[in-house]
Design a protein around this ligand. Structure first.
Ligand code: HEM
Length: 185
């Protein structure tokens, strides 16, 4: 059978992740050049909570993915585009695990344990080590630059399928967009 769209749970998790990623990056860019102040510390806390939430959402999505088959790619897609799609999706999952983990470890290495929502202190997997903290800070930044490049490709591909190829790719993740009937896949 051809599955025509993602399940409702997969769709909710996808768009919630998108919203949280947008928030995490927006908050980080706003506090980045702020001088140290209570306001900045509060924003860093929110950034960490949103980031840990993304890690949780990604764990749920990977779990979903092991037990469900996503809808097929358009049959007429060239092989290289199928590879590019699978590669991008795989790399996005990896980054959505590594970016929060690098942030979490960075906080611990700098000597600030992460207290999720101000309620639950998360365990530290690394000890305080300021040199390690600096390296993790750079890793966090470079992983984020890679994420932004891949998100641009992901968004660009979704729009290309919708606007140029005029196929059903986008409506599999946004079902209230009317599926195209002329080109069923
Ligand atoms: C997918 C989730 C996350 C995204 C997209 C993200 C994104 C970012 C970005 C774009 C920056 C600014 C880097 C720069 O200056 O270029 C940043 C900084 C930072 N992030 Fe994250 N982050 C995430 C998760 C986390 C988590 C889970 C933590 C900690 C628990 C964390 C802790 C930090 C800290 C402490 C900084 C500031 C580093 C500094 O200025 O010294 N991040 N993050």
């Amino acid at each position: 059978v051809i599955i025509s769209r993602y399940s409702s749970l997969a769709i909710v998790l996808h768009w919630l992740s998108a919203l949280m990623i947008f928030a995490a990056i927006g908050i980080a860019w706003s506090f980045d050049d702020m001088p140290l102040s209570p306001r900045k510390l509060e924003m860093i806390s929110w950034h960490k909570w949103v980031g840990i939430t993304i890690l949780g959402l990604t764990a749920l999505r990977l779990f979903w993915r092991t037990s469900h088959r996503p809808p097929a790619l358009p049959a007429n897609m060239p092989a290289w585009q199928k590879w590019a799609a699978h590669g991008t999706h795989g790399a996005l999952y990896i980054l959505l695990v590594l970016i929060p983990l690098s942030g979490w470890a960075m906080s611990c290495a700098k000597g600030y344990p992460v207290v999720y929502l101000g309620l639950v202190e998360l365990p530290c997997l690394v000890n305080k080590d300021l040199e390690l903290g600096k390296s993790l800070r750079e890793a966090h930044e470079w992983l984020n630059i890679t994420l932004l490049v891949l998100l641009a490709a992901h968004l660009g591909a979704a729009l290309k399928h919708h606007l140029l190829d005029r196929d059903n790719t986008l409506s599999k993740m946004l079902p209230w967009i009317r599926p195209r009937t002329s080109n069923p896949q």
